[in-house]
Design a protein around this ligand. Sequence first.
Ligand code: B12
Length: 218
Amino acid sequence: MSEDIFDELSNSVLTFESDEVKKATQKALEKGIDPIDIIEKGFTKALKIVGDEYEKGEFFLMELIAASDCVKKVLDEILNPLILEKKDSRKSLGVVVIGTVEGDIHEIGKNIIASFLFAAGFDVHNVGADVSVETFIEKAREVNADVVGASALLSTTIPEQEELVEAFKAAGLRDRVKLIFGGSPVTEQWVKEIGGDGFAGTPLEAVKLVKRLLNINE
Ligand code: B12
């Protein structure tokens, strides 16, 4: 039964009509489905299909843009506010700066991680997409960041994550700031290789990771 609703969510994205995605989302929420499951089991699945079809040449850039616009709209207008509502405002567990590396404009996944960290009680500074290592460093200094997270979705932009580690070392900030990485092509192994502090593939993993890195037990 729940399976059907996730298929419906995924299929709604493949209509490329934002009204259809909104309708399916409202229906799922009315059935009590958690926003995180709507995102992970519905939208992420659909975007993976769109990406795979694009790679095979079955879909074009138009479809990639249309699908991501539909998802982004529903995230911004419906799901994100619900996730943020859950924030426990009594505490700040630490300061996180998050962005997508230079040359890369993919931001949906990074924004989801930002919202979940915020809702978990972190003070989150989202510096956007296509962000230079200099900007990451400037922001980390400005807000006295405990953690910096960088997303990359392209094979051509993953090396920027390594650049970031090197730049934090050169700036003398490496001992003070934990560096975490993600994005669909990023792996735990890659993060180890570049000397990062952690990798997460989902929002819940990211929250656990940041809590572990900052020794927060709850
Ligand atoms: C949507 C999308 C776009 C949208 C982005 C819109 C936006 N505002 O973000 C648009 C249409 C703009 C786009 C453009 C391009 N795209 Co694109 N895109 C995608 C697509 C279909 C989905 C990405 C997505 O949003 N997924 C959903 C989110 C929720 O998942 P996610 O990003 O992986 O994030 C999760 C985790 O990875 C993790 N995470 C993410 N970030 C972080 C950060 C931290 C710190 C942590 C801890 C965790 C974490 O948590 C998230 C939540 O679970 C992917 C396909 C795919 N399988 O990834 C292709 C894909 C990434 N794109 C691709 C390509 C080629 C392009 C273009 C070059 C196309 C072109 N010819 O112009 C351009 C690049 C432009 C640029 N310079 O960046 C390729 C990349 C291939 C490669 N190996 O390099 C892919 C894989 C499609 C494919 N199969 O060919 N794209």
